[in-house]
Design a protein around this ligand. Structure first.
Ligand code: ADP
Length: 534
């Protein structure tokens, strides 16, 4: 324990000697003494004095004045002063001492036991105070560290976000080009061999896109940037779409595929169809991947119904390789696979179920996995949804009907896109729909084009050199010629970030299309915007 400095101030040397002798049995103190108040003040300023035993009756400066001086100086105002007095115990003296800042009194002749007990108790108090002070310092330090760590985490989140935005743009842009060219090629005369190559190219670019989407999804969810968009939709139609898609895939592997829908299942619910489909697709893709023979079943059952709240369980069962009991816990962790040999044999990143688990959490649902090694597995997702009545879904165009899309008549479009492959592909697609197309390599050139010609629509990439898409949109939307200012603009955004898409709308875009985009989706967007023309 740290020693406490104690000052004895008394004009009589013999009093100092006797008091020092008395206090010799008090532990953890260093006694410093003085007969002169002025010297004592200096001692207090220079040394870390914690307790001062001050004689009241002294010539020149009396004890009360001395304590007042101590208390008026910030360097010494913490000193605990105990008045040592022989004068009356009357209240007015007590008060005077306390008013000057003293904490206690000792009366002459000094009672040894009381003196030792009082000083000991003050020494203990000082030790406790010191401990509290140290703890406060430690607390302040840890608070400072916490703030620092929070700032660092915030900084890391920001750089992760911008890394995400950049990476998604950089990777998706070339894939967009590849997917588009595949689309164009598919619509040309091909022999069987060439068609096979195109199919392989298609499947390779799709897998690449899936992996990138998975990585982006998990980063988005982990940095809290995944927003669930709720809408009313037909759960029956969604399940049938999934059924139709996977039935063909199962057939390719000579597997049976069945969908079993509970008659109690409501027709329409409110949730996120994309995320529900993502979860179920993931289960079925895994079931297909890990099953060599037998059957895969997708089942949708109502577990509970309270008024319009339906608890629905989607279960995918397979007769595949199964999962060892010790592995079942870790398959929901990112980059984890059930078996080390799995990657070699079946490929995969181990991200699928980790994403599914996080999506289920975002939808306030739960995921369950049961499996018998060597026999098969069962994965389920259960959540509560609100049933909606009398809801009519917007009719969407069938993807297969792309070649039968009617041509646009007398439509001039400006494509502002710096990536050559993308603009080549976009121009080709737009021309195949009968549009007249001009190309600008950056926002500045786009504005020059807008000044020279009247366009029915502008397609604007977000990231471009010289002048970004956002800046160009803002300039067009504030064009002095109202006709030009009202030109509909579709932003081509490779970003998966919600706020970047929101920024496009804020800049004035009429619609946003992702990269890579579905040509049908683009067609519909153009059709909708153009039909609004006066
Ligand atoms: P990936 O399939 O890309 O490796 P997932 O996260 O989708 O990643 O799956 C993680 C692991 O869980 C797989 O590697 C596999 O070991 C196991 N798994 C998932 N679904 C099944 C299934 N239906 N049958 C057997 N094993 C499965």
């Amino acid at each position: 324990m740290k020693h406490v400095n104690l000052l004895i101030l008394d004009d009589k040397e013999e009093n100092i000697i006797s008091l020092s002798a008395l206090l010799s049995e008090v532990e953890h103190i260093n006694i410093i003494s003085s007969t002169d108040p002025n010297e004592a003040l200096k001692i207090c300023w220079k040394n870390d004095i914690a307790i001062a035993l001050v004689d009241v009756q002294m010539p020149e400066i009396n004890g009360f004045e001395f304590v007042s001086l101590l208390k008026s100086n910030p360097k010494t105002n913490h000193v605990m002063a105990i008045m040592v007095t022989a004068i009356s115990k009357e209240d007015r003296y007590l008060l005077k001492g306390l008013e000057s800042g003293a904490v206690d009194y000792l009366y002459k002749p000094l009672n040894p036991e009381i003196t030792v007990a009082k000083v000991t108790s003050f020494v203990q108090q000082i030790h406790i105070q010191e401990e509290i002070k140290q703890k406060n310092i430690a607390l302040e330090e840890s608070q400072r560290q916490l703030i620092l760590a929070k700032e660092e985490a915030e900084e890391a989140r920001r750089s992760k976000e911008s890394f995400l935005a950049n990476m998604s743009h950089e990777i998706r842009t070339p894939i967009n080009g590849i997917v588009g060219i595949i689309h164009i090629l598919r619509n040309t005369q091909l022999n069987d061999e060439q068609r096979d190559w195109i199919n392989r190219l298609d499947s390779a670019s799709n897998s690449l896109l899936l992996i990138i989407n998975d990585i982006l999804d998990i980063s988005k969810i982990d940095s809290g940037m995944m927003k669930i968009e709720y809408e009313n939709f037909s759960i029956h139609k969604k399940l049938m779409d999934i059924n139709n898609f996977f039935k063909i895939k199962a057939l390719d592997k000579s597997l049976a595929f069945e969908t079993d829908i509970d008659p109690q299942l409501p027709e329409y619910i409110r949730s996120s169809p994309i995320r529900i489909q993502q979860i179920i697709n993931n289960f079925i893709s895994n079931a297909l991947k890990f099953t060599e023979e037998g059957k895969i079943t997708l089942k949708a059952s109502v577990v509970e119904q309270v008024d319009s709240q339906y608890t629905i369980k989607f279960t995918v069962t397979d007769t595949g390789i199964g999962i060892k009991p010790e592995a079942i816990e870790k398959i929901f962790l990112a980059f984890e696979q059930g078996d080390d040999g799995i990657t070699k044999k079946y490929g995969g990143t181990g991200l699928g179920l980790a994403i599914v688990k996080r999506l289920a959490d975002l939808l306030h649902g739960k995921i369950e996995a049961k499996s018998t090694y060597g026999k098969g597995s069962e994965f389920s997702f259960q959540a509560t949804f609100e049933k909606v009545d009398d809801f009519r879904q917007e009719e969407t165009l069938d993807t297969k009907a792309i070649s039968s899309l009617h041509k646009f008549n007398n439509v001039r479009i400006l494509v502002a896109e710096d990536n050559e492959l993308n603009s080549f592909m976009l121009v080709h697609i737009l021309k195949s729909w009968g549009c007249e197309v001009d190309v600008a390599k950056n926002g500045r050139i786009a504005i020059e084009h807008v000044n020279e010609h009247d366009y029915d629509l502008i397609m604007m990439d977000t990231h471009m050199p010289v002048m970004s898409g956002f800046e160009a949109i803002q300039e067009i939307k504030t064009h002095p010629n109202p006709k030009k200012a009202y030109t509909p603009i579709i932003t081509i955004s490779a970003s998966v970030l919600q706020h970047e898409q929101a920024a496009a709308y804020e800049a004035g875009a009429d619609s946003v299309i992702g990269k890579p985009f579905d040509p049908i989706d683009l067609y519909q967007k153009i059709d909708k915007l153009i039909s609004k023309r006066g």
